[in-house]
Design a protein around this ligand. Sequence first.
Ligand code: SF4
Ligand code: SF4
Length: 276
Amino acid sequence: MAFVTGLVWFDFGWFREQFCIIMCPFGRFQSALMDRHSLAIVYDHHRGEPRKGSPEFGEKKGDCVNCFKCVAVCPTAIDIRRGVQMECIACTACVDACDEVMEKVGKPKGLIRYGSEIELLGKKRFRLRPRVALYSVLVGILAIGFIVALNQRQEVPVTILRAIDTPFRPVKLSDGRDGIVNHFQIVMENHHFSPVQVRIEIPNAPEGLRLISPLKVFDLKSGENQRQHVFVEFPRSLTETLGKIDLPIQLKIDTHNDLESREATFHLVGPTQQDQ
Ligand code: SF4
Ligand code: SF4
């Protein structure tokens, strides 16, 4: 909390518009994607220049009265009269400020307005251009990818992790045989709007293999995430020849009426013949 408070204080108290100018990628994207036909906040220099106070102001009088209101209101502290700039975040504050000034001096509004560089040169602006078609295709592909990702989203994502301790531990099984124990953590999160019931089990377990867990069936509230510790106990003979075995662990997740069933495969480990 102290870190976030400090960060917000630093950003809004001192860093301010430097964030837009130095760090924000919006301007970089914008300058890479734009061309002279793109809509942007522009200053109509044909109409505004020569501005009041400039050496050329006299014979020809531009509409800009050089009041600097557009610069004063700009959150990124730029002078839009120098042309379209990367730092401009298109907030239109300068448009409103200049329109107020134009009203007061009895000139038409729109000295600063939405427009394109090509229009300011007196040429026709084309809306449909190759780059517009290309961007539309790219946005379409992204939208389709987003919908596909949403459809494939798991309601209760499950991750199985090996616990941070020794990979295996020798134990004595209840029937007196030598056994091995592996320790795992199962991390689950409920993305449903309603609670779900989770059941952990190993179907078709080989003879002697046992799942030990404090809770094999438990409820997961909406938005809740849980980490369950599970231990898998099995006879040493299972790993004696292979060194490791693959064993599918099945997690059964009940959600209201449907039964969502998921399988995750992980390795059980034990001593190899050389270790013994
Ligand atoms: S639109 Fe906003 S950011 Fe851009 S020049 Fe005008 S006031 Fe500045
Ligand atoms: S607000 Fe308008 S009139 Fe004033 S300096 Fe900016 S462009 Fe010129």
